[in-house]
Design a protein around this ligand. Structure first.
Ligand code: HEC
Length: 284
């Protein structure tokens, strides 16, 4: 081991502490966008956190009825909605759902022809391309939401980023931000310069966002008796977006737990094997 002079060690510790104290100030982001609060997601635990099936189904309903008129999710296929680890809609329902959309393909004469979508087809986007999407939304194209839950994040600062290594909460910054964003619309504070064609959102970086506040209490009729509030809609659609970004999460965690249990079992086995093999050797 390298031995450092006591004074140098002290200096290193002091520098480390100073840096640590300074980080929250640096990481708090711009003063106009506060750090989103933690939401207790059913899937946040890195070992056993799983999706709430009913929540994913409601989340899809919110996406379908509200968000899909502006946002695509082109990395999803309709059949994914029926697969294990997702909303797990029955197969017949998935087929019927896909049939509500139309796909344009080249036919045997090389001409574009429409047909009803099937379970194997990707989610159909509301606009033919980004330019058309921007043109219809005051110049700001609504981003595709397939992986948005992983594409948005924020730094949680010292010492949380150390604690996060054990709780996995740092992986939840995407959904925490999305929930905060969807519920973060408000009247602009007095004295703030109004941006034409944009809407004030507390959590959007820069505050002025091209997306209007589209969620309202009671707007979507749920089949179960979950509250029909903006907060619930936002939570459900965010869970759905997280699943879309990581559809194999449940499988990954289940396999991870299995591997860890196996390694514990295997290490125990090796330990006793070693003891037995070395039993006759002196000094062991
Ligand atoms: C009327 C069209 C419209 C609807 C409906 C709509 N959005 Fe948007 N959304 C937009 C536009 C436009 C932007 C781009 C805004 C910008 O970049 O300023 C956007 C941006 C976003 C972003 C990115 C925010 C960021 O940090 O960059 C998310 C996430 C989002 N929308 C989620 C949703 C969800 C979830 C729904 C359904 C509950 C929804 N949107 C419904 C138009 C819409």
């Amino acid at each position: 081991m390298i031995r450092l002079p006591a004074r140098l060690t002290g200096l290193i510790v002091a520098a480390g502490l100073a840096l640590g104290m300074a980080t929250p100030a640096l990481s708090a982001g711009s003063p106009d966008a506060p750090r989103p609060a933690n939401v207790p997601w059913s899937f946040s635990n890195p070992f056993w956190g799983m999706f709430d099936r009913a929540q994913l189904q409601r989340g899809f309903q919110v996406y379908k009825e509200v968000c899909s008129s502006c946002h695509g999710m082109e990395l999803l296929r309709y059949r994914n909605l029926g697969e294990r680890g997702g909303p797990e809609f029955p197969e017949a329902m998935v087929k019927a759902l896909a049939a509500q959309y139309r796909v344009t393909e080249l036919n045997d004469r090389g001409e574009p022809a429409e047909r009803p979508a099937e379970a194997k087809d990707p989610f159909q986007s509301p606009f033919p391309n980004k330019l058309a999407a921007a043109a219809a939304n005051n110049g700001k194209a609504p981003p595709d939401l397939s992986v948005i839950a992983k594409a948005r994040t924020y730094f949680r600062g010292f010492p949380l980023f150390v604690v996060d290594l054990f709780t996995g909460e740092n992986l939840m910054t995407g959904p925490n931000y999305l929930y905060a964003f969807l519920t973060g619309y408000q009247e602009p504070p007095a004295g703030v310069e109004v941006v034409e064609g944009a809407h004030y959102n507390r959590y959007f970086p820069g505050n002025w966002v091209g997306m209007p506040n589209i969620l309202a209490d009671g707007q979507i009729q749920y089949q179960d008796n979950s509250p029909q509030t903006v907060s619930q809609y936002a939570r459900d659609v965010t869970a759905f977006m997280y699943w879309a970004a990581e559809p194999k999460m449940e499988e990954r965690k289940r396999m991870g737990m299995f591997v860890i249990l196996f390694l514990i079992f295997f290490a125990t086995l090796l330990y006793f094997t070693k003891k037995k093999v070395w039993a006759s050797v002196k000094g062991h």
